[in-house]
Design a binder for this molecule. Structure first.
Ligand SMILES: [Zn+2]
Length: 340
């Protein structure tokens, strides 16, 4: 089969479209014919080199496609069903997994990180990862959902426990997680403020439901937040940008507010005045992906149309390099998708 692999870490030029052996389906696995696989920033980091990644490697965490083969131990799926894949791997039998907290499992990882992912024609996965999708959802849309909606749901609903009427500041409307978080904030009747670096992305943020927008190159985020919230600050900041926005994120919080973070796209080293942290009684929450329960919960709202996948652009899989370059330049709004 064809796959996009890399044999060394580096820039987008290390991605090779080449022939690789088709995977063998074990009796407890399902073989998926990949129709769409969305990119994440994780793909760029893995390509540049992350610990534990074995070379050559096939990226790809967000997969949608058809069931091509069902292992003989599995009786409730059929060849030909349209599905998306839960973008995670976990042991399935430890205390964290059996209590529904898969993201706390010691073996928890993202699909396509420590194992090969979906930038190829066929992939095998355990039964638990396979989730049938409704006919109305295209493969490109379905592939644009799992990782970002799971991550945003776990951050806002499970970790920060957003409530109706709260002010939520969502950084980066144009990112996959940002476009999911705006919609989830509105689903919970929060007042959503979002940021972006150009006017067209701000407009699209408003189309997704954001009540207020901030141009983060032309305006100072915390000052605009103060104006919008009558000096109070926001209840929740949705962070994934890291170094470039950290100070502004903290300054935007109201007393007793919560910052929840799932990433550090612009860098991991930040500092904080502890006197400000404790006297303002702030809560800082870390969040990493989410659980199977979170995923099945958020998918209900995707499948009934209340939450909408945001597809930026699709590329044939052989043009993976161009897709990576689009992500590197932050040109996208929503998800960049590869089609085998
Ligand atoms: Zn486990």
């Amino acid at each position: 089969m064809k796959a996009v692999r890399f044999h060394e870490f580096g820039g987008p030029e290390v991605l090779k479209y080449e022939d690789v052996p088709e995977p063998q389906t074990r009796k407890d696995q399902v073989l998926i014919k990949v129709e769409a696989c969305a990119l994440n920033h994780l793909d760029l980091w893995i390509r540049k080199g992350l610990p534990g990644v074995k070379l050559p490697h096939i990226n790809g965490s967000d997969v949608a496609g058809d069931i091509a083969e069902v292992g003989e131990y599995i009786s409730d799926l059929k060849v030909g069903q349209r599905v998306l894949l839960a973008p995670m791997t976990f042991c399935g039998h430890c205390q964290a997994c059996t209590s529904g907290q898969q993201s706390l499992c010691r073996q928890f990882s993202v699909l396509g990180y420590l194992n090969d992912g979906g930038n190829c024609e066929y992939i095998t996965v355990p039964r638990v990862n396979v989730i049938p999708i409704p006919d109305e959802l295209t493969y490109d849309e379905a592939a644009s959902v799992p990782l970002v909606f799971l991550t945003a749901w776990h951050m806002l609903v499970t970790r920060a426990q957003i409530k109706p009427g709260q002010f939520v500041l969502v950084l980066g409307a144009g990112s996959g997680v940002g476009s999911a978080a705006i919609q989830i904030g509105k689903l919970f009747n929060c007042r959503v403020i979002t940021t972006a670096g150009d006017e067209s992305k701000l407009e699209r943020g408003r189309e997704l439901g954001a009540d207020y927008t901030i141009h983060h190159y032309q305006q100072k985020i915390s000052e605009e937040v103060k104006k919008i919230t009558a000096k109070a600050g926001v209840d929740v900041v949705f962070e994934h940008v890291g170094k470039a926005t950290w100070d502004e994120s903290l300054k935007s919080l109201k007393a007793g507010g919560t910052l929840v973070s799932c990433g550090a796209t612009t860098g991991p080293d930040v500092s904080m005045d502890l006197r400000f942290f404790y006297s303002r009684q702030l809560s800082l929450l870390g969040s990493f992906m989410g659980t199977m329960g979170d995923l099945l919960e958020v998918l209900k709202f995707v499948f009934n149309g209340r939450l909408k996948p945001v597809v930026d652009k699709t590329y044939p899989m052989r043009e993976a390099r161009a897709a990576h370059e689009r992500m590197e330049k932050r040109e996208q709004f929503g998800k960049v998708v590869l089609n085998p």
